[in-house]
Design a protein around this ligand. Structure first.
Ligand SMILES: [Zn+2]
Ligand SMILES: [Zn+2]
Length: 336
């Protein structure tokens, strides 16, 4: 039912013509105003969410203010029952959801990037998202790995997961130093790792043999073992922009690994980074791989480690602004 102010006052005044007492007139006007305030209270109350504590407080204050017995006994001018303070506070707008970043930090590489960090043959990248992290590969030297991590304020004790791409020393030799430092990560590796290494790791940590699409952390999975030799896993990060594929040394063939990621996860390949293993490839072979990347729809490339200077140059020319120059200390952030 909708009644407006004019209707209520008119109704009150019509009745007052037949009545004599001034006190009765005042009473009727008060009743009219009370009806109006009641209607307004219902109307405003329905806007706010009942779960909103602010609107609940406003309702309580309105109920207390409009005690009918108190107002009817009064002979003075009735106070409006909807004082400005009774107007519900505007419902707070929901604050924008905080954007969580996926951060990829290259902590070990033979290419320099950030001053003050050591380079040596090998690769390692530290990936964080929300409160989870994965260290992908560990470089050839534990002392250099720990030194670089320390300079980039990455605490080795906070490493939750380690994924090893393949069992070559320039990717796994940093692990013992990390474990000796007190880190207690889960270790994800391709099933074809040698039984000797698996047993060594099992003495100090939980070892998990990956299957295709194996989840490691939120948004971060293993591609699974791709046949080499040696067999190798890559890391796949699922971002809103597409897949980020991080590759250790690409022994099975970089284009083969990227294609496997696309087929397995059915998403656009946003970025391919790491070692593309093209140090000995001819410029024609590199050209073919670049063409294959374009055909697959790779958006960005960030080659390093074993890609080879000549191949890096060709990728830079082919990808232009979508070529990302990286080395040890490079940090790539992507909205998660
Ligand atoms: Zn290798
Ligand atoms: Zn390598």
């Amino acid at each position: 039912m909708r009644v407006n102010t004019g209707q209520v006052l008119f109704f009150s005044l019509m009745l007052t013509r037949r009545m004599v007492s001034t006190r009765s007139i005042i009473r009727l006007i008060v009743i009219g105003l009370l009806i109006l305030s009641g209607l307004s209270a219902c109307k405003t109350g329905s806007i706010s969410s009942s779960e909103n504590p602010l609107s609940k407080a406003a309702e309580t204050s309105r109920q207390e203010d409009s005690d009918p017995t108190e107002v009817l006994e009064s002979t003075s001018t009735p106070q409006p029952t909807l004082a400005p303070t009774d107007i519900p506070e505007p419902t707070p707008q929901p604050t924008e959801a905080k954007v969580e970043m996926i951060t990829i930090t290259i902590v070990f590489d033979n290419y320099p990037y950030k001053k003050g960090l050591k380079t040596a043959w090998g690769f390692s990248a530290f990936i964080t998202y929300k409160d989870q992290n994965v260290l992908f590969d560990t470089g050839i030297s534990g002392s250099i790995l720990l030194e670089n991590m320390s300079k980039m304020n990455i605490n080795p004790l906070e490493v939750q997961n380690v994924a090893l791409s393949h069992e070559h020393n320039d990717h796994i030799a940093g692990l013992p130093a990390l474990l000796s430092a007190g880190a207690d990560p889960k270790i994800y590796l391709p099933p074809s790792f040698s039984p000797y290494l698996k047993n060594q790791y099992r003495k100090q940590a939980e070892v998990i043999e990956v299957v295709p699409g194996h989840p490691i952390a939120e948004r971060i999975s293993s591609l699974g073992e791709i046949q080499g030799p040696p067999a190798e896993q890559a890391l796949v990060i699922d971002t809103p922009q597409g897949l980020v594929v991080i590759i250790g040394c690409a022994h099975p063939g970089v284009e083969k690994m990227v294609l496997a990621a696309k087929r397995q996860f059915h998403e656009q390949i946003y970025l391919v980074m790491g070692g593309f293993h093209l140090g000995n490839a001819s410029s024609n072979e590199v050209k073919k791989i670049i063409n294959e990347f374009k055909r697959i729809g790779v958006v960005y490339v960030a080659p390093c480690h074993c890609t080879g200077d000549q191949a890096i140059k060709q990728f830079k020319e082919a990808f232009g602004d979508n070529f990302i120059s990286v080395g040890v200390g490079a940090v790539i952030e992507i909205e998660g």
